[in-house]
Write a protein of this length. Structure first.
Length: 399
């Protein structure tokens, strides 16, 4: 017979004991130790078990918790522990069968119920430990967003961020202490925000409005979204590169010669589960790529400073590779020796020498070779003419 789990993860609401199920109450009655934030412990006065306050930052409490294996322990978390909650983090450190969970209504479910919003059509973000810029991809007039914040004071920062991005007309529904006796809901305009007494925990419902710039959903976003020094894969060519790279959920990209980081950033924007590592030898460009990623809400872009192929050693192997700069015989040889079968590789060439190199490799390894010539209308005296850009040769191949 399997041994009973030693840890019970309990999703607690602001109504404390009144909102718990019989199974949860039984776990608390049987517990030797109950641990959680001081706020959570205060919601359950009179416990027979020993109470231990979970430390800040959260990660500092994991090792002490694991040291309690073999004892009957209850860990308190907010609402649904597996939706932007503590349960997800804890489960990574535990073996199957070590724990059982009793989730409560999530703060997002409570907020949607108060506002009458359908969760299936509402963006939800946990911003209590994440930058506000993570909102950037979802900011569009008419969008509805629910976000958690670390405390009441952070709501003013959210309002200022929206106002600075051109969405000061957005309506903020400030939902405090949902589900408990201190619950309060107030409606304010982001650009006119002046509340100074917001209680924690807090959820904000955002009805986006304003004339701020909207980040499109399709790859090939406008170049002016990315700060750069001219070293950028331009919008039409970037769209072709992303199409050839064919991102799939959960995949890792190597962006070699990252420049402004535009290709890696667009890869990450395609799905929340995507990962990307950019390799850039120019320190100023590497810093700029990091700033671009943060500004567009995809801080998951990791930038490694150094020149390929040497800088690639020891990195987690990718599912796809983009070579936007630094193309060489040595780099291609290193990649084909190192990468797994099935890896998708896309390389761009501008110079005659690099075109020849790609033509040779395509003849030997197969794949698709594409030459792209672009021209834009531009002033030509008193009239207009076509101003051509350098042709781009794209080689795409699956190893």
């Amino acid at each position: 017979m399997a041994e009973a789990p030693w840890l019970t993860i309990v999703g607690l609401g602001e109504d404390g004991l009144a909102g718990l199920t019989d199974a949860t109450r039984a776990a608390l009655d049987a517990a030797e130790i109950v641990t959680g934030a001081a706020r959570h412990l205060a919601l359950l006065p009179g416990l027979a078990a020993e109470g231990r306050v979970w430390p800040v930052p959260f990660a500092d409490g994991i090792a002490p918790l694991l040291a309690l294996r073999g004892r009957r322990v209850v860990m308190l978390a907010s609402g649904d522990p597996f939706w932007f909650g503590a349960g997800t983090v804890l489960a990574r450190a535990l073996e199957p069968g070590e724990w059982v969970a009793h989730p409560g209504p999530s703060c997002f479910a409570l907020a949607a119920a108060r506002l009458g919003w359908g969760l299936e059509s509402t963006a939800v973000l946990g911003l209590h430990a994440a930058p506000l810029a993570r909102l950037r991809p979802v900011l569009a007039p008419g969008a509805r967003v629910l976000v958690t914040l670390r405390d009441g004071a952070a709501v003013a920062g959210l309002a200022a961020y929206l106002d600075g991005a051109g969405f000061g007309a957005s309506v903020l529904q400030v939902l405090e202490a949902l589900g408990g006796p201190q619950e309060r809901v107030r409606r304010v305009i982001a650009g006119e925000y002046a509340l100074a007494d917001v209680r924690h925990p807090v959820v904000i419902g955002i009805e986006v409005a304003g004339d701020g710039a909207v980040l499109g959903l399709a790859s090939g976003r406008a170049d002016d979204w990315f700060a750069h020094d001219g070293q950028i894969t331009k919008r039409p060519v970037r769209a072709l590169a992303l199409s050839a790279l064919a991102p799939r959920a959960g995949e890792l990209l190597w962006d070699i010669g990252a420049g402004s980081g535009s290709v890696g950033i667009e890869w990450l924007l395609s799905h929340p589960s995507m990962r990307a590592i950019g390799f850039e030898g120019d320190l100023a460009r590497a810093a700029r790529a990091r700033e671009n990623a943060l500004a567009l809400g995809v801080e998951r872009l990791e930038i490694v400073e150094g020149r390929a192929p040497d800088v690639l050693n020891g990195q987690p192997l990718p599912d796809a590779v983009f070579i936007g700069g630094g193309l060489s015989q040595a780099l291609l040889e290193a990649l084909f020796a190192q990468l797994r079968a099935g890896t998708r590789l896309v390389a761009h060439a501008v110079t005659l020498e690099s075109e020849v190199l790609l033509a040779q490799w395509q003849a030997a390894k197969g794949g698709s070779l594409l030459r792209v010539e672009l021209a834009e209308a531009a002033a030509l005296g008193t009239r207009r003419g076509w101003k051509s850009a350098y042709p781009i040769v794209q080689w795409s191949v699956t190893l």
